[in-house]
Structures are given as structure tokens and as C-alpha cells.
Design a protein around this ligand. Structure first.
Ligand code: FES
Length: 56
């Protein structure tokens, strides 16, 4: 599912980013671009990142 329409980032892409070493929402943002345009997806993106980091 797409989390960020502006940058075309899916929840899977966020998880992959965490698997690849990102440890915070900021790092996921830097890597994927998620939440860096209109910002509407930031809340969902942050939640998915947090869950992914927890289960790593
Ligand atoms: Fe993610 Fe706009 S939907 S920045």
C-alpha cells in the first residue's frame, strides 16, 4: 500500500529502509523521501517506521 503519494513510497519500502539500517523516522525520510513534500503521510510513515524498528 502506498503511504506517500507525493514520493510514491509504500509501507514495504519503509520496512526495507529499516531493514537496510535506518533507525529513525528522520533516516527513513532521508532515504525514501517519504513525508518530505506535503507532509500528509508523516503520521502514518512515522508509525510504520516505529513498528518496523521495534521488530528488527
Ligand atoms: Fe507524503 Fe505528500 S503524501 S509527502
Amino acid at each position: 500500500m502506498y503511504v506517500c503519494l507525493c514520493k510514491g513510497v509504500s509501507d514495504r519500502k519503509i520496512r526495507e529502509s529499516v531493514e537496510g539500517g535506518a533507525r529513525s523516522w528522520r533516516e527513513v525520510q532521508q532515504e525514501t523521501g517519504c513525508g518530505t513534500q506535503c507532509g500528509k503521510c508523516a503520521c502514518v510513515g512515522k508509525t510504520i517506521t516505529r513498528e518496523a524498528v521495534k521488530t528488527e
